[in-house]
Write a protein that binds this ligand. Structure first.
Ligand code: SAH
Ligand code: SF4
Ligand code: F3S
Length: 466
């Protein structure tokens, strides 16, 4: 069952934060905390909450673990190499604990929702004194208070289908870009994927809570809102509303800003949604629509609930309605039982769609998922070959793709200083394509009209026209 955390519980946590703050104020120097976030935007967003709570407890947030009083690893479990990276970094913290025995070392996030991982931390990483699951995130003040007063190892991974906690203090990473979770968890159980097991059942925030957060972010200067969920297209089902409705409401807010979102699942990318996006001028002209495979047989084994033809139909409808849209996707190579013929179907789909760019992954076996039990006869070496072949095909497609933008003028959100030399700025077109141009740094965080003059492989070069 999904539980919305009550106001009393939130107030109780604020009480613990206050107590920790009082303890910290008695120290000679203000204590510091370091948060290392691995994984996706969802985790980055959780990291902003963790930092917000730590700041409220009186910790100064620092960029390095060395000498910090609290070190938190916010982890990702999506692929084996993500987990290996966490364990590697965690091992290195042993020295830090020796140098600073009072440091609180904590691990949270998706990895610790798996029992075999928590067991491994218990046994092999004795310097870790606190472990908390994704549903215990909002109790961080209570957990830190416990650490400061009881000095015992704590493992808080409550069994739950998932919680929604509102009103947690935030410390945003960026002034310009505001990440706003609109839903948590996932119900899709794609057969390769660990996320539904570690993030619990799909649950949507109330529309009002989201719209109010968007409003506040815009008032505080945000120019891009990133709406987050594992499958934003199924937002609001339990409240009798929809992602289209949410987009319309946010699009209607005052001010010049852009609305981005991720991720969307092709099975829920309806014509109605695409029509809505076409009508909402603030919504990004970029569709990130993970296809995973071009073979209907593999898609069925993956439990994706669409066919190759369904996917192509959606792409054609997007191209018809929003001809200037950019399309990107995720691909998995070497799913158990994928044959050379299946893989060639993926290559031909890529050639047919001509994606602007791709996020490509070699299949990684995740314990507890359905695919982990399937026969997987193709060698890692062979999968590696296919993977490089895929990169080559996409490289060829991506090569001259940006040429089409030369001569056009776009409303560009200026996000920072450029990579192409001093005096240059960088920004994003409505299709999320990076463009560098000359300009004053005072323009960072505002929209400017930029005429594209040249296409590089990774970005565009342009000139401000206003
Ligand atoms: N909810 C998002 C995906 C989150 S995970 C969505 O459905 O779009 C991001 C990407 O990681 C997935 O799209 C998939 O391509 C990849 N991925 C997930 N599990 C994987 C695994 N076990 N092995 C390899 N890649 C995986
Ligand atoms: Fe994983 Fe599929 Fe859910 Fe995405 S939709 S998080 S790939 S189970
Ligand atoms: Fe990783 Fe968890 Fe995101 S497994 S991809 S951090 S939801």
């Amino acid at each position: 069952m999904t539980i919305k955390i009550s106001d009393e519980e939130t107030a109780k946590q604020r009480g613990f934060a206050e107590k920790v703050r009082e303890i910290n104020q008695k120290l000679e120097a203000p204590p510091t905390a370091h948060v290392h976030t691995f994984g996706c935007q969802q985790n980055v967003s959780d990291g902003e909450k963790i930092k917000g709570m730590l700041a409220e407890m009186g910790y100064g947030i620092v960029g390095e673990p060395d000498g910090a009083d609290v070190i938190i690893f916010n982890t990702c479990a999506v692929r084996e190499n993500a987990e290996d990276r966490v364990f590697g970094n965690l091992g290195a913290l042993k020295h830090e604990k020796r140098r600073n025995p009072n440091a609180i070392i904590a691990v949270c996030g998706c990895m610790v929702e798996q029992e075999h991982i928590t067991e491994r931390i218990k046994k092999s990483f004795p310097h870790v004194s606190l472990v908390f699951g994704t549903n215990a995130l909002y109790t961080l003040p209570e957990l830190i208070y416990g650490q400061l007063t009881e000095h015992a190892r704590m493992f808080s991974v409550p069994k739950s289908d998932g919680v929604i906690a509102e009103g947690i203090p935030l410390r945003r990473e960026s002034k310009i870009l505001a990440s706003i979770p609109i839903m948590y968890g996932c119900n899709n159980f794609c057969s390769y994927c660990i996320v539904p097991y570690v993030r619990g059942r799909e649950r949507s925030r109330e529309m009002n809570d989201i719209v109010n957060e968007a409003k506040t972010a815009i008032e505080n200067g945000a120019k891009e809102l990133l709406l987050l969920g594992q499958n934003v297209n199924s937002y609001g089902k339990e409240h009798g509303t929809s992602f289209s409705e949410l987009l319309r409401q946010i699009n209607a807010l005052d001010g010049e800003f852009r609305i981005c979102y991720m991720s969307s699942h092709p099975k829920d990318a309806t014509r109605e949604l695409i029509d809505t996006i076409a009508e909402c001028e603030k919504v990004t002209r970029h569709f990130h629509l993970p296809v995973q495979s071009g073979s209907t047989r593999v898609l069925r084994e993956m439990n994706r609930k669409y066919t190759r033809e369904d996917y192509l139909e959606i792409v054609d409808y997007i191209r018809e309605k929003i001809p200037d849209a950019a399309l990107t996707s995720d691909i998995i190579v070497g799913f158990p039982g994928e044959t050379r013929e299946d893989f060639e179907q993926t290559l031909s789909l890529i050639e047919r769609v001509r994606f602007d760019s791709l996020y490509t992954f070699i299949y990684s076996r995740r314990k507890g998922t359905k695919a982990a039990e399937m026969d997987d006869p193709i060698s890692e070496e062979e999968k590696g070959k296919w993977f490089r072949e895929l990169l080559d095909v996409q490289g060829e497609i991506g090569m001259n793709l940006y040429e089409k933008y030369v001569g056009q003028t776009f409303r560009v959100l200026c996000t920072g200083t450029g990579r192409t030399g001093s005096g240059t700025l960088t920004g994003k077109t409505p299709q999320d394509v990076i463009v560098d141009f000359d300009g004053d740094e005072a323009l960072i965080g505002s929209f400017v009209d930029v005429k594209i003059e040249k296409a590089l492989n990774w970005a565009l070069l342009g000139k401000i026209t206003d």
